[in-house]
Design a protein around this ligand. Structure first.
Ligand code: ATP
Ligand code: MG
Length: 602
């Protein structure tokens, strides 16, 4: 039987032999600040796929850590997770449809030993003036997939992109695994979109052959790319012949640990066991990527997952500190592939413990309130719905994230007015926190409660400017900020650079920044229009949306020489000597052509 570790290796080795460069997984927290989490293998290659950056290699492959919050309602079924790994291969202007299909079949059939008749495929049927993908149909047929097992679907299922309104996009072709080999007999037509569970989508091959232009027309691209993604856990479950992804060697040891601590059996409470195993793994990876629970953005997602974990642990009657052993198991399972889950184990346990302390006080009261609500609602005629205001009260008074209320409601066949919840939340934010929009580096100022934390984050924010300037000084002017995130504990800075920074360079950058801090630079703040700011030579972080009037921060030395000049919304200290000693803790890759630095003020 193939283990999970062997499967990753087998995949990467296969594509390496076919001329692909092995690229390691980028962080779950992407360099691109417009998305919260990495959700597909292609994300780190977007600059190559869009043609913005010339790729340094023609073909690549990877096993990528992904997180999809959108799939949370599906978790508990056999094949969907929040966190999962996606394996994939890419061609940047090299091979196209034929190559992608041949590689996929060779890997599945010749390497893994499947038979071709265990697969079905889907292709693009043509829609909105874009032609049917006859080429793909022809290739599949010529490779021995009969036309009875080639299904055609429209835009919704078999066309990818563009990411925004314009840009590269194209038809895709999915490879589906057929578990039973025979129709379910329930519906008329048991084909890949049948909900009976006969099929699972395994591998998506995207053929990027069009560019959607401003007029909304699809024009053929001169340089065509391939982007593919296989669900690692799904393929593993098929290879290990398990009833679902949860009985594979990635999950089952964790489920067994939980079972030992619970009076309930996996078979009897499958959903809660699966949700716990899935969410525990997800929070492991989110926390090890440096995220902490909060009420906004990534921190919110983490908090929401933790609170769902806590509730399901009550469903299974798990004792205090039950999560220690399962977390240790997760770290054994993933430690060699992703060392961060091992090195961050103490942090992970601490974060769970703290959140549990916080939430357990209100959880029981919240559940009682929720049950009371349902009793009242059940008496109302045709009311199988919880209002947005009630859902918001559960959030505000008892700390129930919307997703948790939704899940509990669904168990009792109730719905939640999500739009109403969002409206109530928005109104609340607008009235009670005037400064709620003032964000710096993803942390709402109002979330930093203590004065001390506020001061620390302000120093780190100021240090970020010096770091950026130092990087440009030591490494060169091609360094550009691509992202930044600040907590009271540390700063994280992403920037464009093509290779790892050497220890000597790190030392030089650190020294440069510390020297500037010691010189007690003056930090000047000026307000001007965005255009004026650009004209005056300030650096702006191009992916950010700036207001019309912006703040420009200038750092000047004693002789009036400008060290750094940047558009920025964050809070800053007045003079650099208010800061302590600057130290770089870590330098790593955050995606193709992007480096990430984590640093602290001691
Ligand atoms: P599905 O329709 O099954 O949700 P998808 O169309 O969202 O899949 P893609 O975006 O094409 O999937 O992702 C590529 C592959 O990643 C899929 O073929 C599947 O094997 C895997 N995958 C996608 N979402 C998940 C998930 N939530 N958990 C586990 N694997 C997933
Ligand atoms: Mg999906």
């Amino acid at each position: 039987m193939m283990t999970s570790t062997e499967l990753r290796k087998t995949f990467l080795n296969f594509f390496q032999k076919k001329g692909h460069k092995i690229i390691s997984s980028s962080s779950l927290v992407p360099a691109d600040p417009t998305s919260l989490f990495t959700s597909a293998g292609m994300q780190q290659f977007v600059p190559f796929l869009s043609g913005e950056v010339e790729p340094p290699y023609k073909c690549a492959c990877s096993v990528q850590k992904c997180l999809r919050v959108n799939d949370i309602d599906e978790v508990g079924d056999k094949t969907h997770h929040t966190f999962f790994e996606m394996m994939g291969n890419w061609s940047f202007g090299d091979y196209f449809k034929e190559g992608a299909i041949d590689f996929a079949l060779e890997f599945l059939v010749d390497v893994l030993g499947f038979k071709k008749d265990q697969f079905w495929v889907s292709v693009f049927a043509g829609e909105r003036g874009i032609a049917k993908d006859k080429e793909a149909i022809k290739i599949w047929q010529s490779r021995g997939i009969p036309k009875e097992r080639i299904c055609e679907f429209g835009m919704q299922d078999n066309f990818w992109g563009p990411v925004i309104n314009i840009g590269p996009c194209g038809p895709c072709s999915e490879i589906l695994y057929d578990f039973t080999g025979k129709p379910c007999g329930k519906g008329k037509n048991c084909v890949p979109d049948c909900q009976c569970g006969r099929f699972v989508e395994l591998w998506n091959l995207v053929f990027m052959e069009y560019n959607k232009n401003e007029k909304g027309e699809y024009e053929k691209l001169a340089k065509q790319n391939i982007d593919t993604g296989i669900g690692f856990e799904r393929l593993l479950a098929i290879l290990q012949e398990t009833p679902s992804n949860y009985e594979t060697d990635l999950f089952f040891p964790v489920i067994e640990e939980i079972e030992k601590l619970s009076a309930k059996k996996y078979e009897d409470s499958i959903k809660s066991f699966r949700i716990l195993a899935d969410h525990l793994r997800a929070v492991n990876f989110i926390i090890s990527a440096g995220v902490l629970p909060s009420n906004t953005d990534r921190g919110y997602v983490l908090r929401m997952l933790l609170r769902r974990i806590i509730r399901h642990s009550r469903v299974l009657n798990l004792p205090q500190n039950w999560y220690v052993k399962p977390i240790k198991k997760i770290s054994e399972i993933y430690g060699s592939q992703y060392p961060e889950v091992r090195t961050k184990q103490t942090d992970i346990l601490l974060v769970i413990q703290k959140e549990e302390e916080k939430f357990s006080k209100t959880l029981e009261r919240g559940i009682r309130q929720f049950e009371k609500l349902l009793r009242v609602k059940s008496k109302e005629p045709r009311a199988k719905s919880i209002s947005g205001k009630d859902a918001f009260d559960l959030f505000q008074s008892y700390g129930f994230p919307l997703e948790l209320t939704k899940e509990m409601a669904k168990e009792k066949e109730f719905e939640v007015d999500e739009q109403g919840f969002k409206t109530a939340l928005k109104e609340h934010r607008e009235t009670s926190k005037k400064g709620a929009q003032k964000k710096f580096g993803g942390v709402g100022i109002e979330q930093l409660t203590s004065e001390e934390d506020r001061k620390k984050a302000t120093c780190l924010h100021t240090a970020t400017h010096l770091l950026h300037a130092g990087l440009r000084e030591i490494l060169g002017g091609q360094v550009r900020q691509t992202g930044s995130d600040i907590t009271p504990e540390r700063l994280r800075f992403d920037f464009s650079y093509e290779r790892a920074i050497t220890p000597e360079e790190i030392q030089k950058i650190e020294n440069w920044v510390n020297e500037k801090i010691k010189q007690n630079l003056e930090v000047k703040k000026q307000e001007m229009s965005y255009q004026e700011a650009l004209n005056s030579g300030s650096l702006a972080f191009f992916k950010e949306k700036y207001p019309k009037i912006v703040n420009v921060y200038t750092f000047e030395d004693k002789n009036g020489k400008v060290i750094s000049k940047e558009v920025c919304a964050g809070p800053h200290i007045k003079a650099s000597s208010e800061m302590g000693h600057f130290k770089i803790l870590k330098e790593e890759s955050a995606g193709a052509g992007i480096r990430r630095i984590k640093a602290i003020i001691e």
